[in-house]
Design a protein around this ligand. Structure first.
Ligand code: SAH
Ligand code: MG
Length: 214
Protein backbone atom coordinates (compact mmCIF):
# COMPACT_ATOMS: atom_id res chain seq x y z
CA UNK A 1 0.00 0.00 0.00
CA UNK A 2 1.60 3.31 -1.10
CA UNK A 3 2.37 5.57 1.89
CA UNK A 4 0.34 8.54 0.63
CA UNK A 5 -2.82 6.46 0.22
CA UNK A 6 -2.30 4.65 3.51
CA UNK A 7 -2.16 8.05 5.22
CA UNK A 8 -5.48 8.99 3.58
CA UNK A 9 -7.05 5.69 4.61
CA UNK A 10 -5.89 6.06 8.21
CA UNK A 11 -7.22 9.63 8.34
CA UNK A 12 -10.63 8.73 6.87
CA UNK A 13 -13.67 8.26 9.08
CA UNK A 14 -14.90 4.70 9.22
CA UNK A 15 -14.62 1.16 10.43
CA UNK A 16 -11.58 -0.53 8.92
CA UNK A 17 -8.58 -1.54 11.06
CA UNK A 18 -5.24 -1.01 9.33
CA UNK A 19 -4.25 -4.69 9.12
CA UNK A 20 -7.59 -5.68 7.61
CA UNK A 21 -7.46 -2.72 5.22
CA UNK A 22 -3.98 -3.68 4.00
CA UNK A 23 -5.17 -7.26 3.56
CA UNK A 24 -8.16 -6.03 1.53
CA UNK A 25 -5.75 -3.98 -0.58
CA UNK A 26 -3.59 -7.05 -1.24
CA UNK A 27 -6.53 -9.22 -2.29
CA UNK A 28 -7.85 -6.42 -4.54
CA UNK A 29 -4.41 -6.02 -6.17
CA UNK A 30 -4.51 -9.69 -7.14
CA UNK A 31 -8.08 -9.64 -8.38
CA UNK A 32 -8.58 -6.28 -10.15
CA UNK A 33 -6.72 -7.26 -13.36
CA UNK A 34 -9.56 -9.76 -13.95
CA UNK A 35 -12.52 -7.38 -13.70
CA UNK A 36 -14.19 -4.74 -11.54
CA UNK A 37 -14.56 -5.00 -7.78
CA UNK A 38 -17.69 -4.01 -5.88
CA UNK A 39 -18.09 -2.99 -2.27
CA UNK A 40 -21.40 -2.97 -0.41
CA UNK A 41 -21.18 -0.42 2.42
CA UNK A 42 -19.25 2.72 1.45
CA UNK A 43 -19.88 4.83 4.58
CA UNK A 44 -17.23 7.60 4.38
CA UNK A 45 -14.91 5.80 1.97
CA UNK A 46 -12.28 4.39 4.32
CA UNK A 47 -12.24 0.84 2.91
CA UNK A 48 -12.77 2.26 -0.60
CA UNK A 49 -9.34 3.90 -0.32
CA UNK A 50 -7.69 0.51 0.29
CA UNK A 51 -9.56 -0.89 -2.73
CA UNK A 52 -8.99 2.21 -4.87
CA UNK A 53 -5.27 2.19 -4.06
CA UNK A 54 -5.08 -1.29 -5.60
CA UNK A 55 -6.94 -0.05 -8.68
CA UNK A 56 -4.51 2.84 -9.03
CA UNK A 57 -1.55 0.44 -8.92
CA UNK A 58 -2.74 -2.45 -11.09
CA UNK A 59 -5.55 -0.77 -13.09
CA UNK A 60 -9.24 -1.44 -12.76
CA UNK A 61 -12.38 -0.01 -11.26
CA UNK A 62 -14.03 -0.22 -7.85
CA UNK A 63 -17.78 0.30 -7.50
CA UNK A 64 -19.13 1.07 -4.05
CA UNK A 65 -22.81 0.88 -3.10
CA UNK A 66 -24.52 2.70 -0.22
CA UNK A 67 -27.74 4.64 0.30
CA UNK A 68 -25.58 6.83 2.58
CA UNK A 69 -28.31 6.96 5.23
CA UNK A 70 -26.43 4.72 7.65
CA UNK A 71 -27.15 1.30 9.10
CA UNK A 72 -29.28 0.71 12.19
CA UNK A 73 -26.18 0.86 14.38
CA UNK A 74 -25.22 4.28 12.92
CA UNK A 75 -28.51 5.97 13.86
CA UNK A 76 -28.94 8.42 16.78
CA UNK A 77 -28.83 6.64 20.12
CA UNK A 78 -26.85 3.65 18.79
CA UNK A 79 -23.27 2.62 19.43
CA UNK A 80 -21.75 3.75 16.12
CA UNK A 81 -23.59 7.07 15.75
CA UNK A 82 -21.64 10.14 14.65
CA UNK A 83 -23.74 13.28 15.17
CA UNK A 84 -21.62 15.28 12.71
CA UNK A 85 -22.98 13.09 9.87
CA UNK A 86 -26.64 14.10 10.31
CA UNK A 87 -28.21 16.18 7.54
CA UNK A 88 -29.91 19.10 9.31
CA UNK A 89 -32.70 19.51 6.76
CA UNK A 90 -33.84 15.87 6.73
CA UNK A 91 -32.73 14.83 10.22
CA UNK A 92 -31.12 11.65 8.85
CA UNK A 93 -27.55 10.59 8.21
CA UNK A 94 -25.78 11.61 5.03
CA UNK A 95 -22.29 10.20 4.52
CA UNK A 96 -22.14 11.00 0.79
CA UNK A 97 -20.49 14.46 1.07
CA UNK A 98 -17.78 13.11 3.39
CA UNK A 99 -17.21 10.12 1.10
CA UNK A 100 -16.81 12.43 -1.89
CA UNK A 101 -14.32 14.67 -0.11
CA UNK A 102 -12.37 11.65 1.17
CA UNK A 103 -11.99 10.09 -2.27
CA UNK A 104 -11.16 13.43 -3.90
CA UNK A 105 -8.46 14.12 -1.29
CA UNK A 106 -6.99 10.69 -1.93
CA UNK A 107 -6.99 11.36 -5.68
CA UNK A 108 -9.03 8.26 -6.42
CA UNK A 109 -12.05 9.72 -8.24
CA UNK A 110 -11.11 7.88 -11.46
CA UNK A 111 -10.85 4.53 -9.66
CA UNK A 112 -13.71 4.57 -7.12
CA UNK A 113 -17.24 4.96 -8.47
CA UNK A 114 -20.13 5.56 -6.07
CA UNK A 115 -23.51 3.96 -6.61
CA UNK A 116 -26.01 5.71 -4.35
CA UNK A 117 -29.01 3.61 -3.45
CA UNK A 118 -30.19 0.50 -1.70
CA UNK A 119 -28.07 -2.57 -2.21
CA UNK A 120 -31.08 -4.67 -3.28
CA UNK A 121 -32.18 -2.15 -5.93
CA UNK A 122 -28.72 -1.72 -7.44
CA UNK A 123 -28.13 -5.49 -7.39
CA UNK A 124 -31.38 -6.14 -9.26
CA UNK A 125 -30.09 -4.13 -12.22
CA UNK A 126 -26.45 -5.20 -12.07
CA UNK A 127 -25.18 -7.32 -15.01
CA UNK A 128 -21.38 -7.48 -14.70
CA UNK A 129 -19.18 -10.30 -13.36
CA UNK A 130 -17.01 -9.21 -10.44
CA UNK A 131 -13.41 -10.11 -9.70
CA UNK A 132 -14.01 -9.24 -6.04
CA UNK A 133 -17.11 -8.63 -3.93
CA UNK A 134 -16.65 -6.99 -0.54
CA UNK A 135 -19.69 -7.29 1.75
CA UNK A 136 -19.57 -4.66 4.51
CA UNK A 137 -23.09 -3.21 4.45
CA UNK A 138 -25.93 -3.39 6.95
CA UNK A 139 -25.23 -5.92 9.69
CA UNK A 140 -28.85 -6.79 10.46
CA UNK A 141 -29.62 -10.36 9.33
CA UNK A 142 -31.99 -9.17 6.59
CA UNK A 143 -29.50 -6.78 4.99
CA UNK A 144 -26.49 -9.09 5.28
CA UNK A 145 -28.44 -11.97 3.70
CA UNK A 146 -29.80 -9.69 0.96
CA UNK A 147 -26.29 -8.58 0.10
CA UNK A 148 -25.29 -12.20 -0.43
CA UNK A 149 -28.45 -13.05 -2.40
CA UNK A 150 -28.15 -10.00 -4.61
CA UNK A 151 -24.44 -9.96 -5.31
CA UNK A 152 -22.63 -13.26 -4.63
CA UNK A 153 -23.68 -14.85 -7.92
CA UNK A 154 -21.82 -12.08 -9.77
CA UNK A 155 -18.44 -13.22 -8.42
CA UNK A 156 -16.60 -14.84 -11.32
CA UNK A 157 -14.92 -18.25 -11.01
CA UNK A 158 -11.61 -17.68 -9.27
CA UNK A 159 -13.00 -14.43 -7.87
CA UNK A 160 -12.92 -13.35 -4.22
CA UNK A 161 -15.85 -12.97 -1.86
CA UNK A 162 -14.69 -10.89 1.09
CA UNK A 163 -16.90 -10.60 4.16
CA UNK A 164 -16.16 -8.14 6.94
CA UNK A 165 -17.04 -8.30 10.65
CA UNK A 166 -17.25 -12.08 10.79
CA UNK A 167 -17.37 -13.17 14.43
CA UNK A 168 -17.89 -16.83 15.22
CA UNK A 169 -18.60 -16.20 18.89
CA UNK A 170 -21.58 -14.00 19.80
CA UNK A 171 -19.57 -12.40 22.61
CA UNK A 172 -17.17 -10.97 19.98
CA UNK A 173 -19.80 -9.36 17.74
CA UNK A 174 -23.04 -9.61 15.78
CA UNK A 175 -23.69 -12.90 14.02
CA UNK A 176 -25.23 -12.04 10.60
CA UNK A 177 -21.93 -11.68 8.72
CA UNK A 178 -20.88 -15.06 10.15
CA UNK A 179 -24.19 -16.53 9.00
CA UNK A 180 -23.46 -15.21 5.51
CA UNK A 181 -20.02 -16.84 5.61
CA UNK A 182 -21.63 -20.15 6.64
CA UNK A 183 -24.12 -19.79 3.82
CA UNK A 184 -21.37 -19.15 1.28
CA UNK A 185 -19.46 -22.26 2.40
CA UNK A 186 -22.64 -24.38 2.51
CA UNK A 187 -23.50 -23.33 -1.06
CA UNK A 188 -20.29 -25.06 -2.23
CA UNK A 189 -19.89 -22.14 -4.64
CA UNK A 190 -17.18 -20.70 -2.39
CA UNK A 191 -14.21 -22.14 -0.52
CA UNK A 192 -12.62 -20.44 2.49
CA UNK A 193 -9.24 -19.03 1.49
CA UNK A 194 -7.71 -16.52 3.92
CA UNK A 195 -8.62 -14.63 7.09
CA UNK A 196 -7.21 -11.53 8.81
CA UNK A 197 -9.01 -10.39 11.95
CA UNK A 198 -12.73 -10.31 11.20
CA UNK A 199 -12.16 -10.24 7.44
CA UNK A 200 -12.67 -13.52 5.61
CA UNK A 201 -11.86 -14.21 1.99
CA UNK A 202 -13.48 -17.02 0.04
CA UNK A 203 -12.74 -18.10 -3.52
CA UNK A 204 -15.50 -18.74 -6.06
CA UNK A 205 -15.28 -22.28 -7.34
CA UNK A 206 -18.43 -23.29 -9.19
CA UNK A 207 -22.04 -23.97 -8.44
CA UNK A 208 -24.99 -21.80 -7.56
CA UNK A 209 -23.82 -18.81 -5.52
CA UNK A 210 -27.14 -17.61 -4.26
CA UNK A 211 -30.82 -18.12 -4.58
CA UNK A 212 -31.72 -14.90 -6.34
CA UNK A 213 -30.49 -14.62 -9.89
CA UNK A 214 -31.58 -10.96 -10.00
N1 SAH B 1 -16.83 0.00 4.55
C1 SAH B 1 -17.02 1.10 5.48
C2 SAH B 1 -18.04 0.82 6.57
C3 SAH B 1 -19.42 0.52 6.08
S1 SAH B 1 -20.64 0.76 7.34
C4 SAH B 1 -15.69 1.55 6.09
O1 SAH B 1 -14.64 1.07 5.69
O2 SAH B 1 -15.67 2.38 6.97
C5 SAH B 1 -22.07 0.10 6.57
C6 SAH B 1 -22.69 0.98 5.51
O3 SAH B 1 -23.71 0.19 4.87
C7 SAH B 1 -23.39 2.26 6.02
O4 SAH B 1 -22.80 3.39 5.42
C8 SAH B 1 -24.86 2.09 5.57
O5 SAH B 1 -25.46 3.27 5.07
C9 SAH B 1 -24.76 1.04 4.47
N2 SAH B 1 -25.96 0.24 4.30
C10 SAH B 1 -26.63 -0.46 5.24
N3 SAH B 1 -27.68 -1.12 4.72
C11 SAH B 1 -27.68 -0.81 3.38
C12 SAH B 1 -28.52 -1.18 2.27
N4 SAH B 1 -29.55 -1.99 2.44
N5 SAH B 1 -28.23 -0.65 1.05
C13 SAH B 1 -27.18 0.18 0.87
N6 SAH B 1 -26.34 0.54 1.88
C14 SAH B 1 -26.59 0.06 3.11
MG1 MG C 1 -17.23 -3.50 8.60
Amino acid sequence: MPADLLAHALAAKGFMPEDEGEFLHRVASERLPHGPALEVGTYCGKSAIYLGAAAREVGGTVFTVDHHRGSEENQAGWEHHDATLVDAEFGVMDTLPIFRRTIARAGLEDQVIALVGRSTTVARHWRTPLSLLFIDGGHAEEHAQNDYSGWAHWVMPGGALVIHDVFERPEDGGQPPYHVWLRAVASKAFEPARTVGSMRVLTRVAGDAGDSAG
